[in-house]
Design a protein. Structure first.
Length: 697
């Protein structure tokens, strides 16, 4: 638990984003000081600060809507706080309502949850200084204006870089495919580049997508990238099984050239240019693929000869997809609006946006993590507001503000945010007070320091919350100093208030927890079910169903991995359950990769999948995976016969039924994929059966 506090995550905020967000906060202050309208400058800066984290990647249209909604919520919350701040009962009820409503927004995703948190914070901060109607309305308008300014900064490049988000998302996919090609395959690991692929799907097929011809060509590229990923995965997994070093070297050389070609495509997409090396690289790739035929004919090892036959077919498919990708990257990068073909694709169900109201209605149950979090959040916020008003705590709004920030839907998040909030706040208070007292006494000097802290806050918060909190605390201290609050005199009260707010959040979670151990097994079962549906779609002549179910399987694995991460961060978690989950992930990954290898074969020979032997064995696999998912939910050993005998019988039938060399080549590839599927399914059953039934989890 404590180890997680000091982890530094990779930076995910580009420098240009942090700079423009900081400029939207600092410029209104500078203009306010220059023109003598300090109060107005502070109001606009606060609005820009609270909308800053809504500036997330995505289509410009979606970004604008998200940021404007956040700005509107901030303005309304500020108005309510300023109007009700001097009425203890009404303000406490408002805190309860805002806490429940803001907490429920986590059901709609992290961006909506962040907007709900902002609304809660502004309610309690503006409530500390009640205002009459005209002034309250003016404050709300200024804060909303700051949000609009932040939105305009985020959209400033729209006319010049209209398709930059789409190009960069696809470039990230192809760059990760290049990295995947260079890495040695490990079938116990999940198929690489999942996050980049899923983000590109959301960007190109989700809500607020553009319908231009250029974006339609980007969709073609996204579909091609999935085909390339499947082929690379199939070829990479073959390298795990060949024993001849010459065969391994030949396959590795093909994959290396493919990586260079993918690098070229990624660079072209990033720069909106033409892939300059593509034609030469494709020609050299074709020559290397022809060499596989020679190696197969001279190999004395029957197993290696069979694998080289499969590798030859998959390498040909890979080369074709790479040629298509290079061609379409040229269209999308430099002449997309003119030459790209219009291709419409359905959004996979796992990525299709749900109606927000339907999502919220579905979460109105005590079994919902979001609903329990919202009730906990509302009660704690109301309690913190009532307590600080009843005891007239100096700078007491820091208590409910901290409570709202610290309280998360899961224990690990609440614990880490609580501890880091206290550490970061104390560090930020001490550092900023010393700097302001000794070196930054002037207004413009403090504005420079505020700008640096704002930039640090935006850039580093997602890397480590403690560092982000220290920057934010210093920023707030300087911002309040512009209204007359001396930093040194408020340091101790704010530190104590922060500790009190964190304590309220941690105690509330301890009194009414939502433990992840109750959801880990169902999440694993949902992942296995998603893999089962993906496998079942491979035996149907519906390419779109394969795309949809593959995306759903990725989403299910991501959800299950997040559940395991949360469970591992809880106190007194069961090591046996963690070991079981990790074993399920390892063998589930092997199953997913084997299914993708099977998909790669069936792209070329769909008719073989419809034969009676394959369909009958597919039904056995489907039943086995159903039993495994049920056993995970009900905590009992799975009930089905091992698949190995049936798999060997299928392999013999396929080999005997094929007449030509080309058909035997495809049959061998299918048999190899089913061999891997059988191994992963039987191992999953063994792993689950080895855990005592009905454990404490």
């Amino acid at each position: 638990m404590f180890h997680r506090l000091f982890q530094m995550k990779p930076r995910d905020v580009p420098l240009r984003v942090a700079l423009r967000n900081t400029a939207a906060v600092a410029l209104p202050l500078a203009i306010g000081f220059s023109t003598g309208h300090v109060g107005a400058g502070i109001g606009v800066a606060v609005g820009a600060l609270n909308t800053m984290f809504s500036d997330q990647p995505g289509p410009y249209r979606l970004r604008a809507r998200r940021m404007l909604f956040a700005a509107l919520g901030a303005g309304l919350s500020a108005f309510a706080g300023a109007m009700l701040g001097d009425q203890i009962v009404a303000f406490t009820i408002a805190a309860l309502v805002w806490g429940i409503a803001g907490g429920m927004l986590v059901a709609l995703g992290p961006e909506a949850g962040r907007a709900g948190l902002t609304a809660m914070i502004l309610l309690v901060v503006t409530g500390a200084e009640p205002q009459p109607f005209e002034q309250a309305l003016g404050i709300a308008v200024l804060i909303f204006t700051g949000g609009v300014l932040q939105t305009l900064f985020a959209l400033a490049a729209w006319p010049l870089q209209r398709y930059r988000p789409e190009r960069h998302a696809l470039a990230s996919v192809f760059q990760q495919l290049a990295t995947m090609a260079r890495a040695r395959s490990d079938s116990s690991q999940p198929p690489p580049s999942t996050q980049a692929v899923q983000f590109a799907q959301e960007l190109l097929h989700g809500a607020h997508r553009s319908r231009s011809i250029a974006v339609q060509s980007f969709r073609v590229l996204a579909e091609i990238s999935e085909r390339i990923r499947v082929e690379l995965l199939a070829i990479g997994d073959l390298r795990e099984h060949v024993s001849d070093p010459h065969a391994d070297a030949a396959i590795s050389h093909i994959v290396s050239i493919s990586a260079l070609l993918l690098d070229d495509i990624a660079s072209a997409l990033n720069n909106g240019a033409t892939p300059t090396r593509a034609q030469a690289l494709v020609a050299s790739l074709d020559a290397l693929i022809d060499d596989l035929l020679l190696l197969r004919s001279t190999s004395s090892n029957k197993s290696d000869a069979r694998l080289l036959r499969i590798a030859y077919a998959r390498a040909q498919g890979l080369a074709g997809q790479l040629r298509s990708a290079a061609r379409n990257a040229d269209f999308a990068g430099s002449r997309g609006e003119i030459r790209a073909l219009a291709v419409e694709a359905r959004l996979p169900p796992a990525l299709r946006p749900l109606n927000p109201l339907a999502t919220l209605r579905a979460n109105l149950s005590l079994s919902s993590v979001a609903f329990r979090h919202s009730l906990r959040c509302g009660a704690c916020l109301a309690l913190a507001v009532a307590a600080e008003r009843a005891f007239a705590v100096p700078h007491g709004y820091w208590i409910p503000m901290t409570t709202a920030i610290v309280l998360k839907p899961d224990f690990a998040g609440t614990f880490s945010f609580g501890v880091l909030r206290v550490i970061g706040t104390i560090g930020g208070l001490v550092l900023t007070s010393v700097l302001v007292h000794f070196a930054f006494e002037g207004v413009w000097e403090r504005l420079v320091l505020l700008t640096l802290l704002c930039f640090s806050f935006r850039l580093l918060t997602t890397m480590n919350y403690g560092i982000g909190t220290a920057s934010l605390t210093g920023l707030i201290v300087i911002l309040m100093s512009f209204t007359g609050d001396a930093p040194g005199g408020t340091m101790l009260p704010r530190a104590l208030d922060t500790a009190a707010g964190s304590a309220i959040a941690l105690i509330a979670y301890a009194l009414w927890p939502t433990w992840e151990k109750q959801r880990l097994r169902p999440s694993l079962a949902a992942m296995i079910d998603a893999y089962r549906v993906y496998f079942e779609s491979l035996l149907r002549a519906d390419p779109q169903a394969r795309t949809d179910t593959r995306a759903a399987a990725r989403a299910a694995r991501t959800n299950a991995q997040a559940s395991l991460d949360r469970y591992a961060g809880e106190p007194r978690h069961d090591p046996q359950t963690v070991a079981l989950a990790e074993a399920v992930f390892a063998n589930g990954n092997r199953l997913a990769r084997a299914c993708m290898a099977l998909e790669a074969v069936l792209m070329d020979a769909p008719d073989i999948a419809h034969g009676a032997p394959v369909l009958q064995f597919g039904e056995r696999v489907d039943a086995a995976l159903r039993a495994i998912a049920t056993s995970l939910r009900e905590q009992r050993p799975p009930a089905f016969a091992a698949l190995r005998i049936e798999e060997r019988k299928l392999a013999a039938e396929l080999d005997a039924a094929m007449a030509s060399d080309e058909e035997r080549q495809v049959a061998a590839a299918i048999a190899h994929a089913f061999d891997r599927i059988t191994d992963s399914v039987d191992t999953l059953a063994h792993v689950i059966a080895s855990v005592p039934a009905r454990t404490s989890t």
